[in-house]
Structures are given as C-alpha cells and as structure tokens.
Design a protein around this ligand. Structure first.
Ligand code: MG
Ligand code: MG
Length: 267
C-alpha cells in the first residue's frame, strides 16, 4: 500500500532530507587517506545526534551503525569498522539515513579516496555514470509517470557501458518507515508499472557493478559483495512529488532540488 504524504509530512521529510545532505557534505569534507570507516560513522552520528535527530539504520533489523560503508567490491550494507582503513584509490559507498519528527531521509554517495586520478579510468567512469543514472531516474519521477520509466532510464545508462545492474536490492517508498511500498527497481520498461502521483516519496538508488550483476552476502549477514570481485558503485536520493512538482529532498548544496525549475545535471 502506498502511503501518500501530506504537506505537513513533506515538510518534515524535507528537514530529514536536509540533515542527511549535511551528513554527506561533512563526510565528503572529512574524507582522507588513513581514516577508518568507523571514523566516518562517528562523524555521521555526531551530525545526526547534534541535530536532535535519530540515525535511520542503527538498530534497523539489528544493524550496528549509523552509516553503511561499502568498499570497492562491496555493493551495499557494509558495516563501519576501525579495521577498515581507507587508502588512496579506495572506492567507498556511504549510505546515510536520519529520522526527523518521525520521518526518514535516505541518501547514498560513492566517493573515490584521492579523487578520480587515483583509480583506473574504468572505475572513475563507473562511479560517475552510476551518479548519472540516479539523475536520469530522478528526472522521470513526476505526477503521471510510471515506475518502469524510472527503472528503464537508469538501466539504459548501465547498458550503454556494459555495467551489471544489481537486481536483488532496489529503491523504495519512504516516510514514517525507512522502507515502504513500492519497490523501485533499477530496471524496467517505459510505460509499465505503477503510476506515480503527487504525494509519493521514494528513494531512487542505482547499484552498478563493473563486472556482472551477481552478488552474495558475507558471513556478517549484512555486507553484499560482487560475486566476481569487481568494483561496485551506489548513489541514492530521496525524492517527493509535491503539489509544486518533484523535489529532491536529500539534494546537497551543489545539486538541484526543485526539478521543474532546474537544469538537471549530467555527471
Ligand atoms: Mg540508503
Ligand atoms: Mg534506500
């Protein structure tokens, strides 16, 4: 069942989204070689708790941390650890969520420690084009479009580059719960699937692999890795269809939020 959001709900979700954006901005500014993923988690938790908010993931089905930090061939749901120390050329996907006044925001980025020049060009392209795919999906989110339009736009980017599109993990509705209906796959057929309407809030989150789409979960019960060991990237935003049009609730200061009024970026 789709839980449509009222104007008051959307106002709370905007504040949750803004806090998640702030987490990511502080993490990106702090990221340096020699840090551990637990260091990143502590920064994130301070931002959330300092704002009087609650981390979305900590305690979710027993997940132990504020962030999911997934390195290199890890796709999603990696657990921050003092033993995972980041080096130049590491690719770190950081997924963050926060609850403000009972509503969640959810957003992920993939950062390259040391920047694009620290990795093979194919890895830099994977990271950049996964972000591109996120925005190609977001620009399909509007009153009257279909879930298949969103998935197809994302999948088309992967197909152009031969990336594996992870199918077992998908985007989702979001609101008072972190994961609500509907599922938002990163693949699909234009014109198919449920019709999006004003009041929807969803998280769009492509996960692309440099190799095949096949994946497996480690013995920790959380960390999802590529089966072939190739690098993976993950980008995510929470977007709502408001009476004023689609709004990216977790947009950072260098990204547009009100999509009807903005040029939608290419990365
Ligand atoms: Mg997320
Ligand atoms: Mg999500």
């Amino acid at each position: 069942m789709i839980l449509k959001k009222s104007a008051s709900d959307l106002e709370k979700m905007a504040r949750a989204g803004a806090l998640v954006a702030k987490m990511h901005e502080e993490l990106a500014a702090a990221l340096t070689p020699g840090m551990s993923t637990l260091d990143l988690d502590r920064i994130a938790e301070q931002v959330v708790v300092g704002a009087g908010a609650i981390p979305s993931f900590k305690g979710y089905r027993g997940f132990p941390a504020t962030l999911c930090t997934s390195i290199n061939h890890q796709i999603v749901h990696g657990i921050p650890s003092k033993d995972v120390v980041l080096d130049e050329g590491d690719v770190v996907s950081i997924d963050a969520g926060a609850i403000v006044d009972g509503f969640h925001g959810d957003s992920a980025v993939t950062l390259i420690v040391g920047g694009e020049s620290a990795v093979d060009p194919a890895v830099a392209t994977l990271v950049r084009e996964t972000r591109n795919a996120l925005w190609r999906g977001l620009e399909q989110v509007r009153d009257g479009s279909r879930l298949g339009d969103v998935g197809a736009a994302i999948e088309a980017v992967a197909d152009r580059h031969g990336f594996g599109v992870v199918r077992e993990y998908v985007g989702h509705g979001i609101g008072r719960s972190l994961h609500e209906d509907p599922s938002v796959p990163n693949y699909g057929r234009p014109g198919r699937g449920m019709k999006l309407t004003t009041g929807w809030a969803i998280a769009v989150e492509p996960m692309f692999n440099l190799g095949t789409a096949a994946n497996e979960t480690l013995d920790d019960g959380w960390t999802v890795v590529t089966a072939d060991g190739a690098v993976s990237a993950h980008w995510e935003h929470t977007i709502a269809i408001t009476p004023d049009g689609p709004v990216v609730l977790t947009a950072r200061s260098d990204e547009p939020s009100h999509l009807l009024d903005s040029a939608i970026p290419q990365y």
